[in-house]
Ligand binder design. Sequence first.
Ligand code: APR
Ligand code: PHB
Length: 393
Amino acid sequence: MHVQVGIVGAGPAGLLLGHLLHLKGIDSVILESRNREYVIDRVRAGVLEQFTVDLMTHVGLGTRVHREGMRHDSLYLSFAGGRHYVPLAELTGGRAIYVYGQNEVVKDLVEARIATGRPLHYEVRNVSVLNIDSTRPSIRYTANGDQEELTCDFIAGCDGFHGICRPALGNLVTFYDKTYPFGWLGILAEAAPSSEALVYTYHERGFALFSMRSQRITRLYFQVPPEEDINQWPDDAIWQEMLTRMSTQDGWRPNVGCILNKNVTAMRSFVTEPMCAGRLYLAGDAAHIVPPTGAKGLNLAASDVLHLARALACFYGSGSTHLLEQYSETALKRVWRSQRFSWWMTQTLHRFPDGNPFDHKRQLTDLDYITSSTAALTSLAENYVGLPMELAF
Ligand code: APR
Ligand code: PHB
């Protein structure tokens, strides 16, 4: 079997790339190690930048996000007992973010893929990539017990942080890594959101975040040690900690409800440079990880695959490899912007175990400055809603 582009991984990056290539008449095979339900059901982040929604709309995937997603023109920063309003849209010429779960994005993408009739294989095993330095790289895998080999013009490694593609780049790449001495305990709760906007809280007991998934479901997080065992947290203790950190002097607090899902995620910043070797191109979490504080992960996957689709379309349209040669540099520019912002949000809003009272005062002053300066608030807002990007490809 031969295909123009072999895509490893059917998360947001792999599926969106497949869709963009389809629109350009470029064929692809998508190979995913898990089953479809697992990929759709796993609870992940849920904030889309303006650019990501614009892209989905531009490529015919915008119907449900506009109908069911929640557009947010603002957020709150909360510290020292007070909530401070950040008018995102007003500060950025009308740009906003959308709360729309990653599972919903994946559902839309799977449906679009199935409608194209192009291959999407779940539960493939033993995936490996070969001959990436040649013009005929290939992907070997087993499906239903049979060994298969797919030769490709190009391979897109969209297999997430724990995938096999990044290790296949060889030793000419550099990894930039930062782990944080905390993780997030996250819950989905059956409770109507008590605020129309997200609330990012810096509390002396640590970070907390109020978010939502729908008019009925609240999504909440708070900072815990990175190896925290979720079983040490009965539901009552979780609510008590949430309320302690989030309640503000104006009487605001999250509504309490039945906890539907709870987990702990570790946090890190990670970048692979360059994001390619030979004919293997990484996109999304396979190439980089951001801490969730800036809500950028899914959006970077979208910007990577837009650059990659544009470069592949240019190659198939004109034979020119110049955009492919620039892919890593172009994609990394936005990746590093988001890395910087996510790191900044993280270090401003969390308590570090080795932090001292000086750090606490400095962080409070930073937040006080940001919320009282239009210049600083505008900087925060433009980074949070994300930079505009050319959508044509
Ligand atoms: N072979 C095939 N598929 C694989 C393999 C493999 N060896 N290893 C992993 N995968 C699959 C995973 O099961 C997963 O479905 O690759 C997919 C990668 O998807 P994600 O981890 O969601 O990564 P990505 O598509 O880059 O999405 C961007 O950014 O911040 C995050 O939450 C955000 O997950 C989102 C991500
Ligand atoms: C979420 O709703 O899951 C969410 C929101 C904002 C973040 C991270 C996660 O920064």
